[in-house]
Design a protein around this ligand. Structure first.
Ligand code: SF4
Ligand code: SF4
Length: 95
């Protein structure tokens, strides 16, 4: 018997998610997305430590911060806390 896969929209208020976070691509919750200006980055990796979705990784080869937009919800914490103001939140529509 196959069970119908539910989306996050089907979770009732105060409900408990029935799948691990790694299987839920929550990026489509986003209204604003973070964009990165490498020239302003101080390479402190504070953003990576504080992202509640673990959606920020340091690319050692390129020496830049990279976002995993499959999981970034657009909360803006990284942009608010970045000491170099290297992250800005823009509307998904690009406005
Ligand atoms: S918090 Fe800002 S300055 Fe620090 S690594 Fe992230 S983007 Fe760069
Ligand atoms: S906007 Fe929020 S979820 Fe997205 S990368 Fe920044 S801290 Fe993480």
């Amino acid at each position: 018997m196959t069970r119908e896969t539910k989306s996050w929209q089907d979770i009732p208020i105060a409900g408990v998610c029935w799948k691990p976070a790694t299987e839920y691509h929550t990026g489509d919750w986003r209204t604003f997305k973070p964009v990165y200006a490498s020239e302003k980055c101080k390479k402190c990796l504070l953003c990576s430590m504080i992202c509640p979705d673990a959606a920020i990784k340091w690319n050692e080869t390129k020496e830049v911060v990279e976002f995993n937009y499959d999981f970034c919800k657009g909360c803006g914490i990284c942009a608010n806390e970045c000491p170099g103001r290297a992250i800005q939140m823009i509307r998904e529509s690009g406005e």
